[in-house]
Ligand binder design. Structure first.
Ligand SMILES: C[S@@+](CC[C@H](N)C(=O)[O-])C[C@H]1O[C@@H](n2cnc3c(N)ncnc32)[C@H](O)[C@@H]1O
Length: 379
């Protein structure tokens, strides 16, 4: 079991970022597919990938991938896999199935077939007919795509976007993984000023602080595979200790968050404190229409409110007009706006966006408008 294959899953549009993250963590032979990056690994990489990946949704352990078009075949091929190497006799396991463009269309039937196949396999191995299912949790995922079945075990448990710092959500918060992606797609680095003038619960700035401090995003949470007896506890402990010592406590960060809503500011402060970066971000209640910027260089990353009612339009227009007024002539500022509103570039008249990326915020398709600013002079 020394050599395993892991799959980091990601939202559409973020696969290459996940690949970059894996390369930076030292992994090679990466295979990028739709919504996933596959890589060869060892057991010790399960904690590493879960603790460190910022933009991936989950880390899955690949059990097998095979073409299949009949339920009988799905059953036999699933039963032939060494589930007992991972799932304990008291293991509580569930199967989740998705089927896209495949002859086996019924996800519920596929789910039941795989569950039965695994139970049959475990019955033979453990010489028992009855499983208490009171032990560690194992989630088997079957994903059928164009008649190819991918069977995996979920090592993450709760999705990796749940870092554990978000006590309160605030209004329309961004997923932490997407917020980290926005920062990583920008020109920001820990030496530079970052502003989110519509910061809500502060997710973008908190993710930037975690990056700036080199803090593993999973440091304050647990993972499904931590309960698996096959994973020695020391492997997790070592990875956590290493992540703890990797934190950069010294570099001063310049992170500013404003919002007109006082409750959002309180929530943002609480979340930042819980994430361990409370001292790194200055949050203040301020309406963007009252914002005054005197720094010549900086990075702005934000996702303005977006709605469809007339009142929303009026509020949005005012925000866009304010942003245009402040940043039109500030060519030393790189401006990054995530919105579902295709009108944004018509209001922000500094230039055409240098790049527009299509991303997903939940299930909503959004654009990430990127306006590059001049680099600050080298000191
Ligand atoms: C989509 S939310 C931002 C969510 C944030 N990225 C997060 O992860 O929590 C937009 C935010 O803009 C704030 N807002 C709306 N109008 C504003 C204004 N005129 N000035 C400053 N903030 C405003 C709202 O209070 C809301 O928190």
């Amino acid at each position: 079991m020394d050599n395993i294959t892991l799959i980091a899953t990601a939202r559409f549009g973020l696969e290459l970022l996940v690949k970059q993250e894996l390369l930076a963590l030292g992994y090679a032979d990466l295979q990028v597919g739709n919504g996933r990056v596959q890589f060869p690994a060892t057991l010790a990489d399960i904690p590493l990938a879960n603790l460190w990946l910022r933009t991936a949704d989950r880390v899955l352990l690949k059990m097998a991938e095979f073409p299949t078009t009949t339920f009988d075949d799905l059953f036999e091929q699933s039963k032939a896999l060494p589930w007992e190497e991972w799932i304990t006799q008291d293991g509580k396991f569930t199967v989740k199935a998705t089927a896209v463009k495949s002859q086996l269309q019924s996800e519920r039937t596929c789910q039941a077939i795989v569950k039965k196949a695994v139970v049959e396999r475990l019955k033979t191995h453990y010489h028992t007919d009855w499983f208490a299912e009171t032990g560690p949790e194992f989630t088997i995922q079957l994903s059928l795509h164009h008649d190819v079945a991918l069977l995996t075990l979920d090592t993450s448990g709760v999705g990796l976007h749940k870092r554990g710092y978000r006590a309160e959500a605030g209004e329309a918060p961004l997923k932490e993984t997407l917020a980290a992606a926005l920062v990583m797609l920008s020109f920001w680095n820990k030496e530079r000023l970052l502003l989110d003038p519509l910061c809500g619960s502060g997710t973008i700035l908190i993710e930037a602080a975690l990056i700036g401090r080199n803090m593993a995003p999973g440091l304050h949470r647990s993972f499904a595979a931590e309960q698996w007896p096959v994973m020695p506890t020391e492997v997790w402990q070592e990875a956590r200790v290493e992540a703890g010592t990797a934190v950069d406590h010294t570099t001063p960060l310049q992170l500013l968050g404003y919002d007109s809503d006082p409750t959002s500011i309180t929530i943002a402060q609480q979340n930042a404190a819980k994430a361990g970066v409370g001292q790194d971000i200055q949050f203040r209640q301020k309406d963007v229409r009252d914002l005054w910027i005197d720094q010549q260089y900086g990075i702005l990353i934000s996702n303005p409110p977006y709605g469809v009612r007339l009142a929303d339009y009026q509020a949005m227009n005012q925000i866009y007009i304010a942003l245009n007024k402040i940043f039109r002539k500030k060519t030393g500022w790189s401006v990054y706006i995530l919105t579902a509103d295709p009108q944004f570039p018509h209001y922000f008249k500094r230039a055409q966006p240098d790049r527009v990326r299509k991303l997903y915020n939940g299930n909503i398709q959004v654009n990430y408008y990127q306006y590059h600013g001049e680099k600050p002079p080298a000191l």
